[in-house]
Ligand binder design. Structure first.
Ligand SMILES: C[S@@+](CC[C@H](N)C(=O)[O-])C[C@H]1O[C@@H](n2cnc3c(N)ncnc32)[C@H](O)[C@@H]1O
Length: 329
């Protein structure tokens, strides 16, 4: 131990080795660059099967961290190395030893990237989004509130393309400046849309949007199972959205389609859905919505407890990696 300084030793206590082997079975990884996969999935004749969506998500995560390699068909070894840097979001991993700039970057973006790399849940969300039937009769305007890495805006782009819209107008809103800038740069270079740094809980955030109805709206700023709704801004964002855009949301497809919350013992339930501006429908006597506990979401017409989103897709992640990577709410 002689010569080892205390900060370095303390940091090592926080570190974990990444799990062994590739993070996804090699036969599941679809070859091609990220733009190739976006192009393929934008065509309605390409089945949006889970392995293809998982490959898209992994390559998107890699391009988010290494935008200079956007045009490369990134190898499974490199994707696994990227995933290995997330085995512990705050501590980092031994793979980051000595890489101070990259460690700082990953710490800053870690929350959004950790959500993205939960492949089963992210793929479940994308699958639900692509199952939607949006109104494409006018200009296709899509919004993603709390855009994070912007993956759901990419999903909205694919939805529009698969429904014959060549150039949808897509806007993400993200409050963290560095996360917004990163997502904006990547989605702009893919020709998908823009991400603005703004607070989605403020109605004025929506003042500069192009006119017309909103075709698709993603708002995934939800707390994890059993936590109170106020822990995340979903109710406040929904209130601002409906105050600002009201009638422009009458034919919108939403992700999630609805949210279920209850009191602690599960005796009183609320369904937060477009018809009640995602504010619940318990009438004037109910306790404040923000005190309710997060329970279920509706995705592609199915009501699913939030902790079970992605459950049937665990096979997308190699077994030793599951516990480390599957950390979205
Ligand atoms: C659950 S994550 C969404 C992840 C994103 N859908 C993805 O898959 O990458 C929530 C995101 O909302 C952002 N956020 C939280 N409060 C916000 C607000 N008031 N306005 C805009 N974004 C907000 C957070 O910074 C975070 O990136």
């Amino acid at each position: 131990m002689a010569g080892d300084d205390l900060p370095a030793l303390a940091l090592r206590l926080l570190e974990r080795q990444p799990p062994p082997g590739p993070m996804i079975a090699p036969e599941l990884l679809v070859p091609g660059t990220l733009p190739d996969l976006v192009d393929a999935l934008g065509r309605p004749e390409t089945p949006a099967h889970p392995a293809l969506l998982a490959s898209l998500v992994l390559k998107y995560a890699h391009a988010y961290v290494h935008p200079e390699r956007l045009g490369e068909d990134v190898s499974l070894a490199d994707l696994t190395e990227l995933a290995g840097r997330f085995v512990r979001r705050r501590g980092g991993s031994a793979l980051l030893a000595g890489q101070h700039a990259l460690r700082r970057f990953l710490l800053h973006h870690g929350f959004a990237l950790q959500m993205l790399l939960d492949l089963p849940k992210t793929v479940h969300l994308l699958t639900a989004l692509l199952a939607a039937n949006p109104d494409v009769s006018g200009r296709f305007l899509g919004l993603d509130c709390g855009a994070g890495t912007g993956i759901l805006l990419l999903g909205t782009y694919l939805l529009a393309r698969r429904h014959g819209v060549a150039a949808p107008t897509l806007m993400g809103v993200e409050v963290q400046p560095q996360v917004a800038a990163r997502a904006d740069a990547l989605l702009s270079s893919l020709g998908v849309g823009r991400v603005r740094q703004a607070d989605a809980t403020r109605p004025e955030t929506y003042a500069a949007l192009p006119e017309g109805p909103v075709a698709c709206l993603a708002n995934e700023t939800l707390p994890s199972a059993g936590r109170r709704l106020y822990k995340e801004p979903f109710p406040a964002i929904s209130a601002a959205l409906f105050a600002a855009l009201g009638p422009r949301l009458s034919r919108t497809v939403f992700l999630p389609e609805a949210v279920w919350a209850s009191d602690r013992p599960g005796r009183e339930w609320l369904r937060l859905a477009p018809e009640n501006a995602f504010a619940g429908d318990a009438g004037g006597h109910a306790k404040p919505l923000r005190l309710a506990f997060m329970r279920d979401v509706e995705l592609a017409g199915q009501r699913v407890p939030v902790e079970r989103v992605g459950e049937g897709l665990a096979w997308l992640v190699a077994e030793p990696w599951r516990e480390a990577l599957c950390r979205r709410w």
